[in-house]
Ligand binder design. Structure first.
Ligand code: HEM
Length: 652
């Protein structure tokens, strides 16, 4: 880890040396001194290496090597989790160092000045990237502490999730979050960093495991090879999109930024070749003899150094000023990331204007493709699957795509009424359809059971998830209802919406909350998938009935509000067609009211149908049992009453 961190730090600082002077001129700030100019890329690169090792090692322990049969981590998993603990601590420390370093770099004042408490706390709130590093410090520290406490496999997927959350503050700020197309730049960088972390970190963990002669190296290498292939594709696509947002093809050879990028492209190709060699040489050798690790170790070691150097290049690239844009971005491009020239209409909302949302649009496509693969697997086996469920699932994916990537997704950050329409589609319509799709049931049928003494696989992971304490907590009727309904009130009436409306990352997090809290609620209420809690139909009905008035009240409150939420933001957009913000907010309120009630009524009908079906099924089962044992239950029942009558008779 130290060697890889140092290599990345040296490469990053060298790249910065190429353009440091140019950057200061372009930014128009005084020189903060070499400690900051080279300290920032060096510490950032070490932090990036610590980040990927934390995430990759947790990924390794969770999905590449099996635990012991009693659920406690096996040697390989335990060592990987310990390595993640050390890396997370380094991550927290370097992230903490990045706070004053970022303040020094942004203000142009020497580090000694920036680090003084009165300057530090005064400036912290004003510099978004410094705040992001402060959050990263806290989240990385929590990850490191929780890692120390965990020895059971079942916690590793959740620790992995937490470490990915800790990656987000920095991924959602920096170069990508400002200027034209910042929505594309930020979303592509989020996917880029997640893929880089799992790929580079997983590779480092695999290298250490195979160097130690760890068990299941062949299984880990085979599983990792699949993941690395996916990560390679994601890195290439998101890297190109991120680059295309900032520069033209011609800049590749004529600007420092372009040349560093070219070096990254070459590195990716080299890594692709090594990946290919792994599949042609190392994996077959391991398959033939699980102890023949030499080819794997040789190739992985080279890949590890190339990846560490590329991360250094990337950090240097992140500190290199991109080529100046052909024209200054407009107010809308700076705020939204794009320009809206025509007023919203049925055509412009659903047909005329599409802008693919790299996060939610991609999620919709991946969810649809994964489900189709599940269907195909069942069909290949000759198993049937209710067509209604497939229609529900693909419709849910389609609603997710349209609500985030069509004109609805484009106008949503610009107009409250369209935003509310998108909100309702993401928290009401898409989740109802997805919950009726029964994806987990399909996965449990499509994936084969691992077999008695075999390492657990996807099917066992899903079952473990379904029975895990966090799933039980979040599917509790009260928790699911509060997350579903409470979110509305906290967001709009609690002022969160107004405070964060101009932040792209807030829009990403809002959409994520709408989708997950909606899916969770409908999974519990009408989901066809097995749920950690076996709730009575009456409890489910109570959840729906309970949330109905809250929805109605929320819609009415919006319609009767006396002030316009986030007025300065909407006015500031200077949309070419001027419109009445008040009236638009009222439209938003009526959409919330109507679009909230309709799915809930549909759900109630679906629940009553499910309830009557359950009853019929129970009745049929009881009848079949009665046929089998000559209605022993009824006989026992009658005998009990006869006995009671006899005792009553004797008492008198
Ligand atoms: C193995 C290959 C790669 C790795 C490990 C990698 C890693 C990274 C990392 C860690 C960052 C964030 C840097 C920062 O914000 O400080 C980044 C940013 C970026 N990467 Fe990559 N990357 C790889 C390949 C590529 C490729 C092939 C391209 C282009 C085709 C690319 C384009 C970009 C761009 C444009 C940025 C944003 C830089 C900025 O903020 O200005 N990357 N990459």
């Amino acid at each position: 880890m130290i060697l890889l961190g140092l290599l990345a730090a040296i490469v990053a600082a060298s790249v910065v040396a190429l353009s440091a002077a140019q950057a200061l001129v372009l930014l128009g700030i005084p020189d903060p001194g070499p400690l900051t100019t080279y300290g920032v890329p060096a510490v950032r690169a070490i932090s990036e290496i610590a980040t990927v090792i934390t995430i990759g090692s947790l990924f390794f322990a969770a999905f590449l090597v099996p635990p012991q049969r009693n659920g406690v981590l096996d040697v390989g998993g335990y060592r990987a989790v310990r390595m993640a603990g050390v890396a997370a601590t380094v991550w927290a420390v370097t992230a903490a160092l990045m706070v004053p370093l970022t303040l020094s770099e942004t203000s142009g004042s020497p580090l000694s000045e920036a680090i003084r408490p009165e300057n530090l706390f005064q400036a912290l709130g004003q510099v978004e990237t410094a705040v992001a590093w402060a959050w990263t410090t806290v989240l990385a520290l929590i990850t490191a502490l929780l890692i120390r406490l965990s020895v059971r496999w079942s916690w590793t997927p959740y620790l992995l999730l937490l470490s990915l959350v800790a990656l987000m503050p920095v991924a959602l700020t920096g170069h990508s979050s400002s200027g034209g197309s910042h929505d594309m730049a930020t979303n592509s960088l989020v996917l880029h960093l997640v893929a880089a972390s799992v790929w580079a970190g997983g590779l480092f963990a695999l290298l250490v495991h195979s160097l130690r002669g760890g068990e299941y190296t062949d299984l880990a290498a085979r599983r990792f090879s699949f993941v690395a292939g996916l990560a390679f594709a994601v890195m290439a696509v998101t890297g190109v999109i991120n680059a295309a947002v900032r520069m033209s093809f011609g800049d590749l050879t004529t600007t420092t930024y372009g040349r560093v990028l070219l070096a990254k492209i070459v590195a990716l190709i080299v890594l692709g070749v090594f990946g290919w060699a792994q599949r042609r040489r190392a994996l077959p050798a391991l398959e033939a003899d699980p102890t023949s690790r030499s080819a794997l170790v040789r190739f992985t070691a080279v890949e590890a150094f190339v990846l560490a150097a590329t991360i250094g290049l990337a950090v240097g690239l992140g500190r290199t000023p991109p080529p100046p844009p052909a024209s200054a971005p407009t107010v809308q491009e700076v705020t939204l990331g794009y320009q809206l020239d025509v007023p919203p209409s049925f055509v412009s909302l659903f047909f005329g204007q599409w802008r693919f949302d790299l996060i939610f649009g991609t999620a919709a496509l991946v969810l649809a493709v994964a489900y189709a693969i599940g269907l195909w697997t069942l069909r290949k086996r000759g198993d049937s699957w209710p067509v209604g469920r497939s229609i529900a699932w693909f419709s849910g994916c389609f609603v997710l795509l349209v609500a985030t990537s069509s004109g609805v997704g484009m106008y949503s950050p610009a107009m409250f009424s369209v935003h509310m329409g998108a909100h309702m589609a993401l928290s009401m319509l898409a989740p109802v359809l997805l919950a009726l799709g029964g994806a987990m049931t399909l996965a449990l049928r499509a994936f084969r059971p691992a077999g008695r003494n075999a390492p657990p696989g996807p099917r066992e992971w899903i079952l473990e998830f379904l029975h895990s304490p966090p799933s039980r907590f979040f599917t509790h009727p009260i928790v699911a209802s509060v997350m579903f309904v409470g979110g509305f009130y906290a967001l709009y009436l609690g002022g969160i919406f107004t405070t964060f409306i101009d932040s792209h990352s807030a829009h990403v997090l809002m959409n994520l909350h709408f989708l997950l809290s909606g899916y969770l609620f409908y999974w519990v209420v009408i989901g066809v998938d097995p749920s950690p809690r076996d709730l009575q139909p009456v409890t489910k009905l109570a959840m729906v009935f309970g949330s109905l008035p809250f929805h109605a009240f929320f819609g009415v409150t919006l319609m009767s509000m006396g002030t316009v939420m986030a007025e300065s933001y909407y006015r500031g957009l200077a949309l070419p067609w001027n419109y009445d913000l008040f009236a638009d907010q009222k439209v938003g309120g009526s959409i919330a009211w109507s679009a909230g009630e309709i799915p809930l009524v549909l759900v109630m009908i679906a629940l009553l149908v499910q309830w009557s079906r359950t009853d019929k099924r129970t009745a049929r089962r009881v009848d079949r049992a009665a046929d089998r044992d000559d209605d022993a239950d009824l006989a026992a029942h009658n005998a009990m009453f006869a006995e009671l009558a006899r005792r009553d008779g004797e008492g008198r």
